[in-house]
Design a protein around this ligand. Structure first.
Ligand SMILES: [Zn+2]
Length: 298
């Protein structure tokens, strides 16, 4: 059984973040969540869409083979072209459509580190991810934040430090009161934190606290993966992660080894059928993160 889980981890989960799974039968489902705001669900990270009189803004774009289906889904809501494409971070299940959608005329916008990582070879879960072609790279990058003033709303895009990666952005529609969390929020599942890509549990917790400072009970929250959420879901998620983080840190301080900590099965109650990885993997991530000696990253 254990070997089976490991095998499926190697075959499914790791490539899911680096290379597309079989996407032939994937359909893009559209959910309108607020005036001028829709979410596109398919395979890979959830896509946000701002639409209206000033044109379409897309947040993330899943995998390259889905680009035609994604653009058709956008046209079903608003026939105008995609003017801007924002990447919440560099992972292939959020940026795979960059080349096609950028090639169709969208200006790609992301944090500086998204461009830096997409332009160079990366190692994601032991998979070598080659540099992206020039046409897939963000054209406009920022270090802290950028705001879009269109479609009768304001889209505030702000960077959160060393969270899921070192290039994450959260997007807040101030008028529609919608938050797109990128992969700082896996709704209903244990997250993947890309430690090799500059991510950290403490950064994720800081990002969640920033989002909780913005969100009200009426805010629509789009997670990177999983269904649409509300503030109470985000609170539960933050409490679950900080509880696990503190418990693993306490066990490390008490001198326990990774194997001893894994034997406590701390994450098991929080694992779900849609998880990318078994709960053991999350404990390994936490252990590695909390025992890591970091250089200039701090
Ligand atoms: Zn990701």
């Amino acid at each position: 059984m254990r070997r089976l889980i490991l095998a499926s981890l190697l075959f499914c989960a790791a490539p899911a973040l680096a290379q597309p799974p079989n996407l032939d039968r994937v359909e893009i489902r559209v959910e309108r969540v607020a005036p001028g705001v829709a979410v596109l669900f398919g395979a890979g990270g959830n896509i946000g869409l701002s639409y209206g009189s000033d044109g379409n803004v897309l947040i993330d774009d899943q995998y390259a083979p889905l680009s035609d289906r994604i653009l058709a889904a956008v046209r079903s809501i608003d026939p105008d072209p995609v003017r801007f494409l924002i990447n919440t971070h560099y992972h292939g299940d959020h940026t795979g459509g960059n080349e096609a959608i950028g090639g169709a005329g969208a200006v790609i916008v992301a944090h500086d580190n998204v461009r830096r990582r997409l332009s160079t070879q990366q190692l994601v879960l032991g998979n070598v991810v080659p540099p992206s072609p020039a046409g897939a790279l963000p054209v406009v990058t920022f270090s802290q934040s950028v705001t879009f003033h269109l479609n009768g709303d304001e889209l505030r895009v702000f960077h959160v430090d060393h969270a899921h990666t070192d290039g994450d952005s959260i997007i807040y529609w101030t008028g529609a009161n919608v938050l797109h969390m990128g992969d700082t929020f896996f709704n209903g599942m244990l997250p993947f934190i890309d430690i090799d890509g500059g991510g950290s549990i403490d950064g994720v917790l800081r990002a969640l606290d920033q989002a909780l400072n913005i969100a009200t009970d009426r805010t629509v929250i789009i997670p990177g993966h999983g269904p649409i959420a509300r503030r109470s879901d985000l609170v539960r998620y933050r409490d679950m992660l900080s509880g696990l983080r503190d418990r693993v840190a306490a066990e490390i301080r008490a001198g326990r080894s990774l194997e001893q900590i894994k034997a406590l099965r701390l994450a098991d109650p929080h694992g779900g059928p849609t998880d990318f990885f078994p709960p053991d993997f999350f404990i390994e991530q936490l252990y590695r993160d909390l025992t890591m000696v970091r250089g200039e990253m701090g």
